[in-house]
Write a new protein. Sequence first.
Lengths: 312, 248
Amino acid sequence: MGGRAGFFEVEILDWKTKKQLCFLDKVESNATIREIRLMFHKLYPQWYPARQSIRLDPKGKSLRDEEILQHLPVGTTATLYFKDLGPQIGWTMVFLIEYTGPLFIYFLFYFRMPFVYGLDERFTSSPHPVVNLACICHSFHYIKRLIETIFVHRFSHGTMPLRNIVKNCLYYWGFAAWLAYYINHPLYTPPSYGKKQINFAVIMFLLCEAGNFSIHVALSDLRRDGSRTRKIPYPTKNPFTWLFFFVSCPNYTYEVGTWISFTIMTQCVPVGLFTLLCFIQMTIWAKDKHYTYLREFKDYPSLRMPIIPFLL
Amino acid sequence: MAAAGGSGGASRADNGYGSQQPRRRKGPGALATAYLVIYNVVMTAGWLVIAVGLVRAYLAKGSYHSLYYSIEKPLKFFQTGALLEILHCAFGIVPSSVVLTAFQVMSRVFLTWAVTHSVKEVQTEDSVLLFVVAWTITEIIRYSFYTFSLLNHLPYLIKWARYTLFIVLYPMGVSGELLTIYAALPFVRQSGLYSISLPNKYNFSFDYYTFLILVMISYIPIFPQLYFHMLHQRRKVLSHTEEHKKSE
């Protein structure tokens, strides 16, 4: 375990070529991986800490920043492996980019920019009130998300690979454009059941948005002390959080509810398709989270399902 | 486009014209293996029926034009049957990627039903024969490859054929497919096939003509990637066998 005078030697090898990239001597035995990353970064300025994957085995899992050198299964000369994760981008930045896109793209269609529906229809507006309502709801949804990203969410991982952002943006921005195109089209047809359908959808929309926000606040409060560890979320006095009795990820449940309500409000197939894809993606995420909870906590409430009460 | 993904014992995760190295994995259970052997034998037989049908029709007619009609039913049946391979991956009895297999099978099924069957005017085109022949030869080799692999007795000839004939068959099949889609375009435009326009109460529009053009364009990035991947696989698999033989 600890060496003489409490110092370790750390050599870092490339995970693929096994070439020695650096040799650190006189490393304190209680040094954290975070500190080792910083030392490595000094030697290789292009590899900032967020893009360093430091592991015990060439193909092993990345060590967390909080891990302490002397608690790792290494000898007094520790051999660690390095893998470059590629350019990274912070989660906050990711969400800001992903959510600002749809917000403004929708406006291009709502205000009927000339290149969208042709010159004859440029800057005209729809005679249907539901089209204005849809714009308000869509914008509200993304503004709410932006506010949550800045003020509410506390992320457990700092970054994600930069190349993911192109993929994600294509998806979110592309879909926003596609559904905005039809809702704001001059030939748009309002919902078949008229005001009844629209009013129902609006109420459902507001309830789901409130629910989603409540859950995000509740989850954020679990980490009010600045910790990054996972805790079991529980229902609070806020009735919207009572969904926690039945599901592990009620934020996803409410999110799907929001998009369902938007589909009903606009009666638009592309919106329905987007809702379906959201549902599938969120079910995958919810199941992942649910099984992680089950693994980590022996006393995890057994009534809970991942995303839909009693069913899924 | 490319042939459907794996359905058999030893090698997997490919597009039918070539494959990855056979891998030592846990493999399916005895019941699943028996089922897969039956499946692959049936498919081999089915494509042989199509091959024989083509030859007989050619001899009877004296020309190679419009042979599609003589094998239309078995082609539809056995190509559609390949959809089962997606389930094989989903249930884990075949260690291929579900997404990759689904993509490959769907592209074949799309060409069979949504183009050739739906646009009757292209059924007399020679390009149809081009891809049908390419598919037939490929599938006979591929399914027999899987059958033998499952039975742990793979003749080198089959392995060689699978990893070599694609060099000609793949471009041949792709050409036939592209030419057929291209031939279908004017008829789709004319009849408005599978297209819906605004206004309608679902607020949706779809232009099948544009869609087909996008499909054709998608061949440009996809075909070279798959082709070179298969060439790479070929070098790996066939040289590996050579070394094996030398070391014996």
